[in-house]
Structure formats: structure tokens, C-alpha cells
Design a protein around this ligand. Structure first.
Ligand code: GLC
Length: 721
């Protein structure tokens, strides 16, 4: 929302700016480029491995090593923002050049990928989404903002709200899973947590919603691949999560690398102007993904860098992240009339607006070294990271083995049980080696003795095996698509070896995505999906395994029985004309089930819940549904009650289930609660063949339960007056 005083100051400043200075504001330089930052070769290669930079950027950095070339650009007013500058003092040093040594003293913005923590690493987003708890998501965002802002960061390239229905795609790790509503709520909570309601606060971070749009629908689950879908599906299933995050007040949006039905998002006017600006009224800043403008040449849309710059700016892109296309060509494009001065001014205004909103013209030096040191890895932050991990881990199987009794002799198996740095997952901010606590650390801290299982020795004599399996952080995240989601041969062999011992086995699965856990189901008596759980991995896992915490998390992404089920694995699939059945000629596989191994919304507890007395009625506003949930076990717990609906007869095929609402409810042993949901009429709507938004009269099925598969049903004859 525009503030008159800020708009006035933008206008005044713009009137003084030269064409070169305007173009300089559009250029974001890779702050981590070596030279002023003395990055070592190893640090650069780590950034490539972590996916924080591309290999191309890594090569460029190495070739420019030790040249302070970008500081001269900064003094000349050719840089408007940085990414990846780390440290309050480094940022203040660059800021001082911008504010005190350039002609107009326009301050810089520093952006960084604070995706699930800055130094205190929280569970990866896909894990945290399984808490189904917006308040938690907001609190961990606040924690991230307190740490990152103290370290000189002004904007985070987060929240990522790409609906991800294909676990072959490595970036599902950064999402809130396969459902549009959950991704939208996740994004909204993160925006509020990062920004607060006062961006001028020194501990506020501007949020950047990404990747706009539908990046998670990459064909084949292969990163950066094409996205092609009907406008109806785009509007119904992929656009809503970005809309919710933008309308939560996010001040920046990052278009995605992919094309959308043939037009790369970086040059997609329909997205960046018609939807984002005109339909949603967004007045923040758009910023390209890294090098994405230049990559429109690869897409086959731009003839050269100048053409890419022209198309991106005219489509509604404000900032060019590191490609240099804007810096190199916008001046001549404006002089040649291929980009209007008005269009350029619009982009510069959007950038200046965010700088004013952040208060950077008033106080450009928002932090210092001692504030930075005081803000990170505080006991409160570590406690929150542990809480988030406890609430994110999903109990997938428990044949009564868990919770473990104290005093059991433990055999600790699987390399990942001893690994600290694998616990942080992809996009782990400014994580420093050793920051995370492993399972081994957890046991050591509690003084619980264990014997390590090694390949070349007989199995130790113990009462129970803890077996860590899954994927390393580098196998997850950007540019980490997998053609197979099966467990590794080593993991399967280890599980079998442990099972053959006849001793009970707990499998603890570390991963940034759903995996095919069939062998774990066969060999383990209990399975805990720990994801990449962050700083307090080990302690949180033991909190659950020893019963100090009753697991409550539920899956936000379906787990495949076989990789070949992708990408049709997701819960909100359609029925088809020949739904899978015993008859040959039905929609199924010869060599795999059609059902997921673990369905959307699934998760076990150390207690049990009983659902009874479902009801549903039409109301003025939509549908009111109720159900009674009772804790029929011996322990208190938190149950995530999920309310789905189905429109069985419509003008286009509709999903067999669609999440309409949910509630996380605390129940003491024996306690019952009547849970009510109000589904707004609009939630029932969809687009017909002519893109008219329609809501049908007729039967609406309501399904409520503890996951998408195990529900009670009530029907409503929905008749609009
Ligand atoms: C990366 C990612 C994007 C990230 C940006 C800056 O390539 O696609 O999510 O924010 O570059 O690191």
C-alpha cells in the first residue's frame, strides 16, 4: 500500500536521477563475488554444492577472484542491491560506499536465501509444513529475521510457495508440499513473521515470494523443465498460494526459471503485470532469479542479452539478479525507444519504494558486529528449532516398539546417525559446520550408551537398533531432481541385516522429499520420518523416540510405493472414466499400486483418536461441517483434523478430494471435542471450459478424518438461492 510521504520522496529523488543512475538501481550484484569478500576457493565450491550459487556463478567468481571490480561499479552508482553479502560489518562497509561516496547516496538492499533459518537452522520447509501450524511457521520466520537482519540482510528470498506434487523434483524440500491451501497459509505466515507490521524495524526482513509461478510443476520432476497446463488448473491449483502470500503483504516477488505454457516467467507479462500488478494490486518489487533474464536466450525466446533485457523490463521485471543484462543494455534500449522512460521509472520507483519502506534512507546501517553476535544461536532460538523439529517429524509406522523404554542397549546404525552437517538440509542459510546436533550428539548429551554398527564387524549385542537411512542434503533442493526415489542399496542391505538379527529396529529417515520406504516398512518395527530437521535434529529425534514428545505431524506430500507413480501420486487427483479396480481395463499400473505407500495427511501418534458423528449442512456462506474427535488412548496428544470435500458431478472433472479446512486440536486421554469447519462457498468453485468461475448446485461430499484416506462422510445438497 502506497504511503503519500514515501511516494513524494520517490518522485523527488527520481527527478534528480540520471538515466545511468536509474539503470544502476535495477542491477543486483552477487555480493558474495570475491574481491572485497576474500572468499576462498573452498567457500565458493561449498556455495555451489549447497546450491546457493550455480556452477556458472562459481566459475565467474573464481575468474574474478581478488578483483575489487564491483566496488568501482558501486561508487559509479551502477549497483542497486546485492545478494549473499554476509555480515553486518561487510554490509555496512558496502553501504557506506553507496550512501557516502555516490552522487545521490541511495542505500543498498542486501538479499539472502533465509529459507529455514539463518544461523539457527529450523527443519526444511517440507518438514515444518507437516506441523500444520501457521503460528509455528510465523515464529520460526521471526527467528530467521532476527538473526539475518542482525547480519546485514534486508530481504529474504522466501517464502517459496511452489505447490509440489512430484517428489522427483528436489525443490519439494523448500515447499509446503502438494496442497495449494497449505502452501498459501505457509507463505502468509512466513511473510508476517519476516516483515512484522513495521518494515522499518531493524529486525524486519522484506519477504520475497517465489517462484512465480508453478515452478513445482516442472515436467518429469526435472528442475528448470517446462511447465505446461490448462489455465483452469493453473488458476485452481497453482496460483492461489502466491496470491495468498502476496496479499499477506510481501514486498517482493521472484519469477520462476521455468516457462509457463511456452513463455518464460521472467518475460511473462501476463504474470508480472496483468496478474501480479493489475489483478492483485501488488506495488512491491519484482526481482529475477539468478541469471534468469540472460537464460531467456537458452529458452529460445530472446535473440541476445539486449533482447532479453527488453522483454523482461517490458513484462514487469524490476531487478536483474546478477545476469548484468539490465546494466549492459537498458540505457541503449531507452535511448532507442524500445523501453519507455516511463517503464524504466516504474521499475526504479518499485525499488526505491522498498528502500524507503525499509527505512534505509533514514538508517542505512541497521546492525553491527556485536548485535549480530548477540542475535544468533540464542538458547531461545535453539529451543524453537527443537520445538519445530519435534512438530515436523512424522511417525509412519509403530508396531508398539515406540516409545522406547529407558535403559535399553542401543545399536546405532547408518552413517547419517553420526552426521551433523547433513541435518541442516538444502538452503541452510549461513549454517556453519558443526552447528547441527546429530543423533549421536543427542545420545551423548543424554549419557545414553550405544554401540555403533559397522559394516566390517559383527552386529553389537543390543536390545534395539536405531537405523538412520535416507538422503544427504546435497541430494535435495535446487538442481537435485531424482529419477529414482528408492532407498539406496546400502540402506536396504543395512535394514535387512538388522532385521535378520531378530532385534527390533527403528528406522529414522532423513530426506528432503518423500522416498519409497517399502524396504523400511518390511524391515523396521517403527519408522520416523525426520526429514532434514535442522539444528536440534538429534535431541528432537530422541524426544520423540523416548516418548518425551508425542508425535503429531502429518504428511503434506504423498509418499510413493514406486517412483513410477509420479507425477500422479498426489491426493487431489481425478477419478478418471475407469478408476483403478480389479478389472483389467482400468486406470492402474501392471507393476505398482496406484495408492501411495503413505497418503497425504497421514501420521501416527502414541495415542489413538476416534472420529464420530459427522454432520454437514448448507449455510448462507457455504457449508458448515462438524465432527466429534475423541482421544481413546493413554496419552495426551495433538490431532490434526482434516476436512476435505468433493464435487462429484461438475462441468469439468474435479479432484476426488480437496482440502477445505483443518484444525490441530489438543486432547487429553478420554477427552472428546466437537470440531466445526465453515467452508466458504467460493472454495467450492472452479473454472469451466470458458474460464468462467462457477459454483455448482448439487451434491457436495464432505470427508473429515485424520488423513485423506481414513475419513467419515456427510453429504450436502448444495442449492444456491
Ligand atoms: C537460486 C534459486 C532461488 C534463489 C536465488 C538466489 O538459483 O532458484 O530460489 O533465491 O537463486 O540465491
Amino acid at each position: 500500500m502506497k504511503h503519500p510521504e514515501i511516494e513524494k520522496r520517490i518522485k523527488e529523488l527520481l527527478s534528480k536521477m540520471t538515466l545511468e543512475e536509474k539503470v544502476g538501481q535495477l542491477h543486483q550484484s552477487g555480493g558474495s563475488l570475491v574481491g572485497a569478500f576474500d572468499l576462498t576457493f573452498e567457500e565458493i565450491m561449498t556455495m555451489v554444492e549447497d546450491g546457493r550459487i550455480t556452477e556458472e556463478e562459481g566459475r565467474k567468481m573464481l575468474s574474478n577472484a581478488k578483483h575489487d571490480w564491483h566496488e568501482d561499479d558501486l561508487r559509479a552508482g551502477r549497483i542497486g542491491s546485492y545478494l549473499n553479502v554476509i555480515g553486518a560489518e561487510e554490509m555496512n562497509r558496502l553501504q557506506r560506499i553507496a550512501v557516502e561516496e555516490t552522487r545521490l547516496g541511495i542505500p543498498l538492499i542486501n538479499g539472502f536465501d533465509v529459507i529455514h533459518g539463518f544461523r539457527t537452522i529450523a527443519p526444511i520447509p517440507l518438514a515444518e509444513s507437516c506441523a500444520w501450524e501457521p503460528d509455528l511457521w510465523q515464529r520460526t520466520a521471526r527467528m530467521s529475521a532476527e538473526e539475518a537482519s542482525a547480519a546485514g540482510v534486508h530481504m529474504t528470498f522466501s517464502p517459496m510457495v511452489d505447490v509440489s506434487k512430484d517428489p522427483r523434483w528436489g525443490r519439494i524440500a523448500e515447499s509446503a508440499g502438494e496442497d495449494a491451501m497449505l502452501n498459501g497459509l505457509y507463505g502468509e505466515a512466513k511473510v508476517k513473521g519476516y516483515q512484522t507490521n513495521d518494515l522499518t524495524r531493524h529486525d524486519a526482513l522484506a519477504a520475497c515470494v517465489k517462484h512465480f509461478a508453478a515452478y513445482g510443476a516442472a515436467e518429469g520432476g526435472r528442475d528448470y523443465n517446462r511447465v505446461d497446463m490448462s489455465p483452469q488448473r493453473f488458476e485452481e491449483e497453482y496460483l492461489p498460494s502466491y496470491e495468498r502470500a502476496v496479499k499477506a503483504g510481501a514486498r517482493a516477488v521472484m519469477p520462476a526459471f521455468n516457462d509457463l505454457s511456452g513463455v518464460p516467467c521472467s518475460v511473462n507479462k501476463k504474470l508480472l503485470t496483468d496478474i501480479l500488478r493489475k489483478r492483485w494490486g501488488f506495488d512491491g518489487m519484482t526481482i529475477s532469479d539468478a541469471n534468469a533474464i540472460a537464460e531467456c536466450i537458452n529458452h529460445g525466446i530472446a535473440a541476445d542479452r539486449k533482447d532479453a533485457a527488453r522483454q523482461a523490463l517490458n513484462a514487469g521485471m524490476d531487478v536483474d539478479m546478477t545476469s548484468g543484462c539490465f546494466l549492459d543494455h537498458v540505457k541503449e534500449l531507452v535511448e532507442a525507444g524500445e523501453v519507455s522512460m516511463d517503464k524504466l521509472d516504474e521499475a526504479v520507483k518499485n525499488i526505491l519504494r522498498l528502500k524507503f519502506e525499509l527505512g534505509l534512507f533514514v538508517d542505512p546501517y541497521r546492525s553491527n558486529a556485536e548485535q549480530e553476535k548477540a542475535a544468533i544461536l540464542t538458547p531461545a532460538h535453539l529451543a524453537l528449532a527443537r520445538e519445530a523439529a519435534q512438530k515436523s517429524m512424522v511417525l509412519l509406522k509403530n508396531d508398539g516398539l515406540l516409545p522406547l523404554k529407558a535403559g535399553l542397549r542401543i545399536g546405532l546404525a547408518g552413517k547419517l546417525a553420526f552426521e551433523r552437517d547433513e541435518m541442516c538440509g538444502t538452503w541452510a542459510g549461513n549454517y556453519q559446520a558443526g552447528d547441527c546436533k546429530s543423533v549421536q550428539d543427542g545420545l551423548d548429551t543424554e549419557g545414553i550408551s550405544y554401540q555403533a554398527v559397522t559394516e566390517d564387524h559383527p552386529l553389537p549385542d543390543c536390545d534395539v537398533f536405531l537405523c538412520a537411512i535416507g538422503e544427504r542434503k546435497a541430494e535435495s533442493g535446487e538442481a537435485a531432481s531424482r529419477a529414482s526415489l528408492e532407498l539406496t542399496k546400502e540402506d536396504i542391505a543395512l535394514l535387512k541385516r538388522l532385521k535378520e538379527s531378530g532385534k527390533p529396529v527403528v528406522a529414522v529417515v532423513f530426506a528432503g522429499r518423500p522416498l519409497c520406504l517399502g524396504p523400511a516398512v518390511e524391515c523396521a518395527d517403527a519408522i520416523l520420518m525426520a526429514w532434514h530437521p535442522g539444528a536440534e535434529a538429534g535431541p528432537a529425534i530422541l524426544d520423540i523416540l523416548f516418548g518425551r514428545v508425542n508425535p503429531s505431524a502429518k504428511l503434506t506430500a504423498s509418499f510413493p510405493a514406486a517412483t513410477g507413480q509420479c507425477p500422479t501420486l498426489y491426493y487431489d487427483h481425478i477419478h478418471t472414466g475407469r478408476p483403478a479396480g480389479k478389472f483389467k481395463y482400468t486406470s492402474k499400473y501392471l507393476d505398482a499400486p496406484v495408492e501411495p505407500l503413505f497418503p497425504f495427511g497421514f501420521g501416527l501418534s502414541y495415542t489413538s483418536y476416534q472420529y464420530t458423528d459427522i454432520s454437514a449442512v448448507q449455510t448462507e456462506k457455504g457449508i458448515h461441517a462438524e465432527i466429534t474427535v475423541q482421544n481413546i488412548g493413554e496419552r495426551d496428544g495433538n490431532e490434526i483434523v482434516q476436512c476435505f470435500f468433493r464435487d462429484p458431478v461438475a462441468q469439468r472433472v474435479r479432484p476426488v478430494r480437496k482440502l477445505a479446512a483443518f484444525e490441530k486440536v489438543a486432547l487429553q486421554p478420554g477427552e472428546s471435542k466437537r470440531i466445526a469447519f465453515d467452508i466458504p462457498k467460493a472454495a467450492l468453485g472452479y473454472y469451466d471450459q470458458d474460464m468462467n468461475f462457477v459454483i455448482d448446485d448439487g451434491l457436495i461430499e464432505i470427508h473429515i478424518g485424520g488423513n485423506v484416506r481414513d475419513t467419515l462422510q456427510a453429504d450436502v445438497h448444495f442449492i444456491q438461492k
